[in-house]
Ligand binder design. Structure first.
Ligand code: ADP
Ligand code: MG
Length: 240
């Protein structure tokens, strides 16, 4: 039996919300508007995953699948320094790939599984998990096929999480929710429908606050504590 590892987000408030950090063996999703901090949380996890266990890390390597071209190695450097780690060593332990179509994204996952069988990985990032699906299946009549392929992708991610004791961190977009109710202004919901809702164990809803502040809430988990937690997005990564 594999035992779960919790990896710090860099923010104690966020970690508390998560029960200690993002967990291996399952999928953690973050969704929110542009600049809400989804990618900077990914950058932070790239570093914190490499910390030793006693420092709330995962003592493992990171795989990063980037569908939007927003990964910035130079953004890793100040985060590594903040955690007192050597930036070059940290970068060497991040396997990075840019995906250009949903099929490419899926094939990259197949290739990663082979790598993970050989080396100790603790984190897999897919930023964003859905963007290419929304491009590749943009026609109105293609929704059913999109959801079917998305389900396939997510089931592959779950399998990787369980087989290699890896934390899977995926990001998602928000879309307009016309069913949000007449009293809610500008209602939004995560993309991906029930397929994504079913696959993600923890769903983090991020939004912008004042300045560097961001607000995080657990979305749609009746058994988890309610309430909003505030964190900061800085060049040193996510922090309180
Ligand atoms: P998202 O992925 O949700 O669109 P990002 O994580 O990319 O959001 O951005 C979150 C915030 O981080 C933005 O306000 C952006 O201005 C800020 N940001 C981007 N790059 C840096 C950086 N190098 N240092 C500090 N903050 C940055
Ligand atoms: Mg982003």
């Amino acid at each position: 039996r594999k035992s779960v590892v919790r990896i710090t987000t860099g923010s104690q408030a966020l970690d508390e919300l998560l029960g200690g950090g993002i967990e291996t063996l399952c999928i953690t999703e973050a969704f929110g508007e542009f600049r809400s901090g989804k990618t900077q949380l990914a950058h932070t996890l790239c570093v914190s995953t490499q910390l030793p266990i006693h420092m709330h890390g995962g003592n493992g390597k990171v795989a990063y699948i980037d569908t939007e071209g927003t990964f910035r190695p130079e953004r890793i450097v100040p985060i590594a320094e903040r955690f007192g780690m050597d930036a070059n060593a940290v970068l060497d332990n991040i396997i990075y790939a840019r995906a250009y179509t949903y099929e490419h994204q899926y094939n990259l996952l197949l290739g990663l599984a082979a790598k993970m069988a050989e080396e100790p990985f603790r984190l897999l990032i897919v930023d964003s998990v859905i963007a290419l699906f929304r491009v590749d299946f943009s026609g109105r009549g293609e929704l059913a096929e999109r959801q079917q392929k998305l389900a396939q992708m997510l089931s592959r991610l779950t399998k990787i999480a369980e087989e290699f004791n890896v934390a899977v961190y995926i990001t998602n977009q928000v879309i307009a929710d016309p069913g949000g109710g007449m009293f809610i202004t500008d209602p939004k919901k995560p993309a991906g429908g029930h397929v994504l809702a079913h696959a993600a164990t923890i769903r983090l809803m991020l939004r912008k606050g004042k300045g560097e502040q961001r607000v995080c809430k657990i979305f749609d988990a009746p058994n988890l504590p309610e309430g909003e937690h505030v964190f900061q997005v800085t060049s040193g990564g996510i922090m309180d």
